[in-house]
Design a binder for this molecule. Structure first.
Ligand code: GDP
Length: 301
């Protein structure tokens, strides 16, 4: 799994250092382990949860060796991810009974939102599904242009209006057009301004309400895109967006460029939202369906 090489090497190296020269897991090893987890962006809360569970095991088993620590840690991380994530997903799928299946994509600028939408459009199109994109991030002209580039690249229709127009109106037009074309999937881009919570909430609520005039149960998915290399910022953004709207899935991008994939573990644990996709590069095929087992394996050797 080429995309996650950095995460893998770095976490394992740090972990090895944490237990170097020790034969049993003692307080010092646990302290080091805590540091390694926090440094890998797992987040303090989730780290403490993991450390506590390992401490309990150490107390119970008395002579837990450092060799066993690896296995135990893997088990704990896997267990945490299982609480919110599906196991062994590998295919890009949408539910068969929703047509069109409407995905509203949220996230701040620069995290890889447009790229993720383009990659998704490409994957769905490859499966023979009819995709329509909606450029409802009308705040920046560049956002509309960027989405247009991906629409051209993937040869997928896009519905757009001029910059500054009402995002809800664009979303309405997109769904109307999608229904008329008998499309399978609609992906709506929304503005990523970090404006205050109330404004964000109002904007997203309005987009949803207007979409529901066309497709009663839209959106079927609210996908929050987070940049996996930004650590604490990604946690803050998850908090911001989950307070403003009901986020149902996550895409964590740029995991190829970071040695700190731990953000995936902490965020899915703390927000109880499944990680559905991971971005592992800038190319059109560099999006993977999040696979829990593969991810855990990439953390350990
Ligand atoms: P947006 O402002 O959130 O829509 O962000 P963009 O989609 O324009 O992406 C911002 C930058 O991040 C671009 O240079 C993308 O090529 C890059 N990018 C997006 N996803 C990934 C990823 O998974 N890995 C890497 N290395 N770069 C990515």
């Amino acid at each position: 799994d080429k995309g996650l090489e950095k995460t893998k090497a770095n976490f394992f190296d740090k972990l090895s250092k944490a237990v170097a020269g020790k034969s049993t897991v003692d307080a010092a090893v646990l302290d080091n382990l805590e540091e390694v987890l926090v440094a890998s962006d797992v987040g303090v809360k989730t780290t403490l949860k993991i450390i506590k569970r390992i401490e309990e095991r150490v107390a119970k088993d008395k002579y837990l060796g450092t060799d066993e620590l690896n296995a135990l840690l893997k088990e704990e991380i896997s267990g945490l991810l299982s609480e919110t994530n599906l196991e062994n997903e590998t295919e890009f799928t949408i539910p068969a009974n929703k047509k069109p299946y409407v995905v509203m994509v949220v996230g701040v600028n620069g995290v890889g939102k447009t790229t993720t939408i383009g990659k998704l459009a490409s994957q769905f199109k490859k499966q023979g599904l009819k995709v329509v994109l909606g450029a409802a991030d009308t705040f920046r002209a560049a956002a509309i242009d960027q989405l247009q580039i991906w629409a051209d690249r993937t040869d997928v229709p896009i519905v757009r209006q001029e910059m500054g127009s009402d995002p809800a109106s664009v979303a309405f037009d997109t769904l109307t057009s999608a229904v008329k074309q008998d499309a399978d999937v609609v992906i709506i881009d929304t503005a990523g301004r970090l404006h205050n919570k109330v404004n964000l909430m109002n904007e997203l609520t309005k987009i949803k309400r207007v979409m529901q005039k066309v497709v009663v149960d839209a959106p079927h998915e609210v996908l929050l895109v987070l940049d996996g290399s930004t650590g604490q910022n990604a946690f803050e953004q998850a908090k911001h967006f989950t307070l403003a709207t009901e986020v149902t899935s996550l895409a964590v991008t740029k995991l190829d460029g970071t040695a700190k994939g731990g953000v995936v573990i902490g965020i899915s644990d703390q927000f109880k939202i499944p990680v559905k996709y991971i971005g592992v590069g800038e190319g059109i095929d560099d999006l993977q369906v999040f696979n829990k087992d593969e991810f855990v394996a990439s953390f350990f050797r």
